[in-house]
Design a protein around this ligand. Structure first.
Ligand code: NAD
Ligand code: TYD
Length: 356
């Protein structure tokens, strides 16, 4: 048996591949285009491991996807590949529509043709798991209940709109063609190998480099945060026991305003890697211009996956964030490697006009 992963060189995908091969010997075929966000360095620990086959390719390339399905005959596809950064989607939405919508469409069509030709047990066991985000549900007011699986879709950014479109395609391919799909909508992940343009790794990297810690707007935007290996275990649970056609919300029961996240990071860095001048990293906080259309609050009601599949996060925010800071302190070479010329251009593009 084999599974096919898309986007397995990115943040969550690479954690999933590493986690999968720690937990089982079932081989993984990993299809990833290696965009700026893809990094084979995340998978260095698997060099020479015959259970992992990496293929550089685009999910929009039907011939490539067909070839992999024919050659490896996976029992499941786990679809992570996406353009994933809201700020980038504001600067250039086109690539988000291409990968997140056209790419998902291409994969669904390839999966439909492949699954259609399977028979018996193989056909009955096949699954297409789509990895999505809580951002498709839009923004909550302070007293609104958290998002459930039946929440109305109200995406507000080009990123979340493109993910919402992909969720609808996945749903339609099940209802119309019977493709055996499952979908998970997860809150903000954090942990090792998180690309350092996202909030948590950016703050750690900037703090250590003596740079400003840019807080968008008033810093009171709320997100729910989940340690990445908990997301991986949730997907494993869905693959194993999830009901075909169902959606599962995945979250950490851990809503927090951005400014509190940053203060938590500052406390940990002050303890684990104090500034040479003895001052707190808090001195580097800089309030900057807000993100256009910035969603105020996301929160996940993760009771369905607990009730039906027995999944709950293993990490609390306190344990997960300490592990994360320790990982970044121990892996500064990884951070330096991804801070290439292209990464610096992004920092100029995203922060120059904000007054950071
Ligand atoms: P990421 O940006 O770190 O990684 C995306 C990966 O997909 C990269 O390796 C990239 O090279 C690859 N990729 C991009 N376009 C591709 C294409 N056309 N063909 C093949 N590969 C391509 O993203 P992530 O944070 O790991 O997110 C993974 C998935 O989880 C995404 O679908 C995202 O929407 C979803 N998600 C992320 C979060 C989060 O907090 N990061 C939360 C909920 C859901
Ligand atoms: P991000 O990590 O980009 O994830 P998302 O927008 O998908 O939730 O951002 C998390 C939150 O942090 C979001 O409310 C925007 C905010 N943020 C900042 O305040 N400053 C920053 O420099 C970045 C990158 C994000």
């Amino acid at each position: 048996m084999t599974i096919l992963i898309t986007g397995g060189a990115g943040f969550i995908g690479s954690n999933f591949v590493l986690d999968w091969l720690r937990e089982s010997d079932e081989p993984v075929v990993n299809l990833d285009k290696l965009t700026y966000a893809g990094n084979l360095g995340n998978l260095r620990g698997l060099e020479g491991d015959a259970r992992h086959t990496f293929v550089q390719g685009d999910i929009c390339d039907r011939a490539c996807v067909d070839g992999l399905l024919t050659a490896h005959r996976p029992r499941a596809i786990v679809h992570f590949a996406a353009e994933s950064h809201v700020d980038r989607s504001i600067h250039g939405p086109g690539e988000f529509l291409r990968t997140n919508i056209d790419g998902t469409f291409t994969l669904l069509e390839a999966a439909r043709a492949y699954w259609g030709a399977l028979e018996g047990e193989e056909k009955a066991a096949f699954r297409f798991h789509h990895v999505s985000t809580d951002e498709v549900y839009g923004s909550l007011a302070p007293d609104d209940p958290p998002f459930t699986e039946t929440n109305t879709y109200a995406p507000n950014s080009p990123y979340s709109a493109s993910k919402a479109a992909s969720d609808h395609l996945v749903r339609a391919w099940h209802h119309t063609y019977g493709l055996p799909v499952t979908t998970s909508n997860c809150s903000n992940n954090y942990g090792p190998y998180h690309f350092p343009e996202k909030l948590i790794p950016l703050m750690i990297a900037n703090a250590l480099a003596g740079k400003p810690l840019p807080i968008y707007g008033d810093g009171q935007q709320i997100r729910d945060w989940l340690y990445v290996t908990d997301h991986c275990s949730a997907i494993r649970a869905i693959l194993a026991d999830g009901k075909v056609g169902e959606v599962y919300n995945v979250g950490g029961w851990n809503e927090m305003p951005n400014i509190e996240i940053v203060h938590t990071l500052i406390r940990l860095l002050d303890e684990l890697s104090p500034r040479a001048d003895g001052a707190s990293y808090a001195e580097q906080i800089a309030y900057v211009a807000d993100r256009p259309g910035h969603d105020r609050r996301y929160a996940i009601d993760a009771r369905k996956i607990e009730r039906e599949l027995g999944w709950r996060p293993a990490e609390t925010f306190q344990t997960g964030i300490r592990k994360t800071v320790e990982w970044y302190l121990a892996n500064q070479a990884w951070v330096r490697d991804v801070q290439s010329g292209a990464y610096r251009e992004w920092l100029d593009r995203n922060y120059a006009h904000r007054g950071a």
